[in-house]
Ligand binder design. Structure first.
Ligand code: ZN
Length: 209
């Protein structure tokens, strides 16, 4: 019983993802290989990904590749299906409300329900590497908590404010097959897709059939 109590109190704490960001991000991407980004229309982006069940070297290599790909594409977050891998894991390198940098990864993320007083909506612009060159305003809570596991399978919780809260929600959505444009009105969605048609991505993408 005492043991379990200890575990529960540890599990309810948030991980520290603000320390040694520079070194950790660099180490990941130097080990990894950058891969091209899948874009809207690719089936892997439009269905729920598989749960991570093997916390092995292969998963660690995937996370390294995701950091390398995220850097090439100059993203602040990247889900595995954005490099064509059908697994529930995302990485992030993102600033919060106060300009503090967060670097980390989450396997099997689940967004926690927020108490009503934390549901303050922010309608800033959102964009996605899988909808290149398009942006649209989208209202989301400006605070988010994601629980999941790290690459060793340990339970973790991550909290974010501002742009980082948006990132945590956006990346979790990806792993359940949802793009931010799916949350827009029909007209706004059409407009975002038109921006994408007219633009040219600044990073390698996977052509759709
Ligand atoms: Zn995205």
């Amino acid at each position: 019983m005492a043991q379990q109590d200890t575990e529960q109190s540890v599990n309810s704490e948030f991980i520290v993802d603000t320390e040694d960001c520079e070194e950790r991000e660099l180490a990941h991407r130097e080990r990894g290989t950058s891969r091209p980004i899948t874009v809207v229309g690719n089936p892997v982006l439009h269905r729920e990904c598989q749960d991570v069940t093997e916390f092995d070297d292969k998963l660690a290599e995937l996370i390294d590749d995701m950091f390398a790909s995220q850097r090439t594409a100059e993203g602040v977050g990247l889900a595995a299906n954005q490099i064509g891998v059908d697994l529930k894991v995302f990485v992030y390198d993102c600033m919060d409300d106060e300009g503090v940098r967060h670097v980390g990864h989450v396997c099997n993320p689940v967004l926690e329900d927020l108490p009503a007083d934390r549901r303050v909506l922010d309608d800033s612009n959102e964009g996605c590497l899988s909808v290149p060159t398009a942006y649209a305003p989208l209202a989301r809570p400006d605070y988010a908590v994601v629980s999941g596991q790290d690459m060793k399978g340990n339970p973790i919780r991550v909290q974010g404010t501002g742009y980082f809260a948006r990132c945590l929600q956006h990346e979790t959505d990806h792993l359940y097959g949802q793009l931010y444009i799916d949350r827009l009105s029909k007209r706004e969605r059409r407009d975002a897709l038109r921006q994408m048609e007219e633009g040219t991505p600044r990073y390698p993408v996977v052509a759709n059939d």
